[in-house]
Design a protein around this ligand. Structure first.
Ligand code: NI
Length: 434
């Protein structure tokens, strides 16, 4: 299928995060999921009768966003256990409800999560949870680009077959759906596994060329517990000692880091997923993002699950990443709009292993969002980069294309019955919470 998006403005993203170029009156052409032209309308190739033409109505085309840490099916638990800290929230509210999860319920929750992300211009997510075969089917059905990982926990008695399940998931789904679905291995966190399990995951990841997705240093309590358990090592130092970072690693949260931790993450190319809304809501703290960026660490953005956020609207993280660190550091130049936008797009895609997604340029996959800038909160549009990061609302997203296919179009999900997805999710949620 060929598309021509015409009558648009364009922000193609930038490789280095130094600046964000904008083009007024542009065109975007795609062929079979690949961008073939992105630039001024005046230089676009002539119309071809095989193209499907979409009038962009002067909306802004941007690379679709990347949500680099979430638990999609936790949409089923949205609003559950509000106003508790991480430990109490997990043990008293979340884990008991998750006992009642099933394949079908996870499918319903993941499908709802993917529709919510597509609605906000997010084309890709790193989803770590359980019953991930259901999540894979939901990604295939909704068109979401999804990097899936079965969360592995365990104790001295073993991991309950979870690593084997993860490897099966990779065999069944890694690279499926034209490369839209990828699989990573996921030790849930230091505090939920043993050295033997971490080592087994590390070996399986390296042997199979898979990435690793892990929760790391989310709270100071986690770091203190880790030091007590692991001969004084912090979670990054412990994982480094275990060789885990020999696999490309995506580490979520990284709130409580030392200077040494930051050096290790930079040296080993570990991508850090910053989840500011979840960290604030669970009172976990604020990650040292300006220090990470200064050290050259790859920082991307995530919502975490809907149960600790409570939405999957990555525009909130995008705005918050910029303003939170200015406020905490006292430095209004701590993070630029271009750096934030890179975290929300290109860096997140790369952290998930999507190496040709996240910029709008020829040869790259067509993951595109169209932003309506006609509302009062976008006027008078003096600085388009500042406007994009500080003023855009998730509801301004009018169209989301994933891999060259329109998956969200102004309230509709082409080819999909959204109301049925919502109803299935409500039923699944009721059954888990009754
Ligand atoms: Ni998480």
């Amino acid at each position: 299928m060929r598309y021509r998006l015409y009558n648009i403005d364009l922000c193609a993203g930038s490789e280095d995060g130094a600046s964000l170029p904008f083009i007024d009156d542009a065109a975007l052409l795609t062929d079979d999921g690949v961008i073939t032209y992105a630039g001024p309308a005046s230089d676009a190739p002539p119309h071809d009768c095989r193209e499907v033409c979409i009038d962009g109505r002067r909306r802004l085309a941007i690379p679709a966003l990347a949500n680099a840490h979430t638990h999609a099916a936790m949409t089923l638990l949205r609003g559950v256990g509000s106003d508790l800290n991480l430990n109490d929230w997990l043990t008293t509210a979340i884990f008991p409800a998750e006992e009642r999860l099933s394949e079908d319920r996870c499918y319903a929750g993941a499908a709802l999560g993917f529709l919510e992300m597509l609605r906000f211009g997010v084309s890709a997510c790193a989803d770590m949870y359980m019953f991930m075969g259901a999540s894979a089917r939901a990604a295939a059905d909704t068109g979401m680009r999804a990097c899936l990982a079965r969360s592995v926990v365990g104790d001295d008695s073993g991991d309950g077959g979870r690593l084997a399940e993860s490897i099966k998931l990779a065999e069944d789904w890694h690279g499926a759906e034209n490369g839209r679905i990828r699989v990573m291995l996921a030790p849930h966190a230091e505090y939920t596994s043993t050295p033997k399990i971490i080592r087994a995951i590390r070996d399986a990841a390296v042997e199979r060329g898979l990435g690793v997705h892990v929760h790391m240093s989310e709270t100071m309590a986690e770091v203190e517990g880790c030091k007590a358990r692991r001969n004084g090592l912090t979670p990054p130092a412990y994982f480094e000692a275990m060789g885990l970072f020999d696999a490309p690693t995506l580490a979520a949260h990284c709130v409580a880091l030392t200077e040494d931790d930051i050096r290790v993450l930079a040296a080993r190319g570990v991508a850090v997923c910053h989840d500011p809304v979840s960290n604030l809501k669970l009172a976990s703290g604020v990650a040292p993002v300006p220090s990470l960026l200064r050290a050259g660490v790859k920082v991307c953005l995530g919502t975490d699950g809907a149960a600790s956020n409570n939405t999957l609207n990555l525009w909130e993280e995008t705005r918050l990443m910029s303003i939170l660190h200015k406020g905490v550091s006292g430095d209004p130049s701590a993070i630029s709009p271009a750096q934030t936008f890179n975290a929300a797009t290109l860096t997140g895609m790369r952290a998930m292993g999507y190496n040709n997604v996240g910029l709008l340029k020829p040869g790259w996959r067509a993951d595109i969002a169209l932003i309506d800038r006609s509302g009062p909160h976008h006027q008078p549009l003096v600085d388009p980069a500042a406007d994009l990061v500080y003023a855009t609302q998730g509801s301004d997203v009018k169209l989301t294309m994933v891999d060259g296919i329109v998956r969200y179009d102004d309230g509709q999900y082409p080819g999909l019955d959204a109301l049925k997805v919502y109803e299935s999710a409500r039923e699944a949620s009721r059954a888990m919470l009754e």
